[in-house]
Design a protein around this ligand. Structure first.
Ligand SMILES: Nc1nc2c(ncn2[C@@H]2O[C@H](COP(=O)(O)OP(=O)(O)OP(=O)(O)O)[C@@H](O)[C@H]2O)c(=O)[nH]1
Length: 358
């Protein structure tokens, strides 16, 4: 602890505002869990910093308005300019300043990192004087997609890797999914295994074992649909900024890292008339091209409501989430994320849409 803080108090004697970092791989259920926290806030004034990949802003849109009593629109800041671990110096401090300027200020800040972000650089930012004097990291929560872990998404097959090494020793065999996943677990105070509705008990045990193999000291809670009492996740008083040394990362020692291991694109989709047919095509693409995450909104002709589309791997969901507003452009846009080499041409070709941006 440095001289600027003492037992959660800042120098001017005011209690520091606690901040909870919610991390977890693409589609693990971070937004779902934050919705639950907002809905069961117990009257606490919450603020959110939402960082996501692609500028479609799906998470913030889902969260706006779902917990008005706990958190109004002014208390939600979106950081869409890349992963928070890389943009922390430019974007995070202004976001925090904006929230601290609210009158009255928030009682607790929740930060949702993008699914590809490494949480450790963010925890380190809480040691900067401007932040350290006013905030503390109450806890780092890593959300895990139980079904994806059970399916082996984050574990490279050692035999396969050995065979590939024999064939071509120059190929880089690090598994980027495994690295991000491992870093998120090793930084966490609590690991939440979500999506237990999609796996049986044997698989659940295997998932817990896989987590403990990487993070032997992890405290693990298993849930479905993010159903968890906020009291389990908030109020941990971990002061993680004082404890970064005990949160190892496979990127420790690197001056900076990048997200070159992943590709993303945003596609513009004109009005569709047959949502079922469109979803079938999307499912076909997710199967054919190795898509990790799809999300966005679509305009269905003749429908007053906006269609929310969510995909994790090949599992797709869609539902009308709210009416289009009168002043709003009815615009279909999807963010599609995959590992490096994602065949963008195949995606746009199969969907018969244009690419808006990377
Ligand atoms: N079956 C099942 N689906 C879930 C569960 N939790 C979340 N989902 C679904 O998984 C998808 C992704 O959930 P999100 O909460 O958006 O995940 P996220 O981690 O915020 O996603 P990113 O921010 O894109 O990384 C959505 O379609 C959710 O409805 C669960 O426990 N079971």
């Amino acid at each position: 602890m440095n001289d600027q803080s003492l037992n959660g108090q800042s120098l001017n004697g005011l209690a520091k505002i606690p901040a909870t970092i919610i991390t977890g791989f693409l589609g693990a259920g971070k937004t779902t869990i934050i919705r639950r926290i907002l809905a069961n806030s117990g009257g606490r004034r919450l603020a959110l910093v939402i960082n996501e990949f692609g500028d479609v802003g799906v998470d913030a849109e889902i969260l706006k308005g779902c917990g008005d009593l706990a958190c109004d629109a002014r208390s939600i800041v979106e950081l869409a300019n890349g992963c928070i671990c890389c943009t922390v110096a430019d974007d995070f401090l202004p976001a925090i300043e904006q929230l601290l300027a609210l009158d009255p200020p928030p009682e607790h800040i929740i930060i949702e990192t993008s699914g590809l972000a490494l949480p450790k650089p963010l925890v380190k930012a809480f040691d900067w004087p401007a932040i350290r004097s006013r905030l503390t990291v109450d806890g780092v929560i890593a959300i895990v997609d139980g079904a994806a872990v059970a399916a082996g998404r984050f574990a490279s097959d050692p035999e396969q890797v050995a065979l590939q090494r024999q064939a071509d020793p120059s190929v880089d065999h690090d598994d980027p999914l495994e690295e991000v996943f491992g870093d998120q677990l090793l930084c966490a105070d609590i690991v939440v295994v979500n999506k237990t509705d999609l796996i049986d008990e044997v698989e659940q045990r295997a998932v817990v074992d896989a987590i403990l193999a990487r993070a032997p000291r992890a405290k693990i809670v298993s849930v479905a649909e993010g159903r968890i009492e906020p009291a389990v996740l908030l109020g941990l008083c971990a002061a993680a900024e004082d404890d970064v040394e005990n949160r190892p990362s496979c990127h420790d020692g690197e001056a900076e890292h990048d997200h070159d291991d992943f590709d993303s694109l945003v596609v513009e989709v004109g009005s569709i008339s047959d949502s079922a047919a469109f979803m079938r095509r999307l499912a076909e693409i997710a199967g054919r091209v190795d898509v990790l995450r799809i999300k966005g909104f679509l305009d269905v002709r003749g429908k007053p409501m906006r269609l929310l589309v969510q995909g994790v791997g090949e599992r797709l969901q869609h539902n009308f989430d709210r009416p289009w507003r009168a002043e709003e452009l009815r615009r279909g846009r999807l963010v599609i994320i995959g590992v490096k080499g994602l065949d963008a041409a195949a995606v746009t070709g199969l969907l018969d849409v244009s690419r808006a941006s990377a």
